[in-house]
Design a protein around this ligand. Sequence first.
Ligand SMILES: [Zn+2]
Ligand SMILES: [Zn+2]
Length: 76
Amino acid sequence: METCTIENCLKPLKAKGLCSMHHQRMLRHGDPNMVRPRRVKTFVQCKWVNCAAPAITKGLCPKHYYIYRVTQATLL
Ligand SMILES: [Zn+2]
Ligand SMILES: [Zn+2]
């Protein structure tokens, strides 16, 4: 049985010297070695002092963003 021509891939041959997985990649990306980099959601902590809540807007958590907005409004 013939196997995929990609290095370290021992899957059975499907088309054009590639296994089904690498053939799919070849069709989709034009490169059988293409692997989509996973998007890792980076956790951003609120920049407010002593606040460990995740930041949602402008580096602040919803609570502190609200305070920030209110204080900004009063300063204007
Ligand atoms: Zn393969
Ligand atoms: Zn906060």
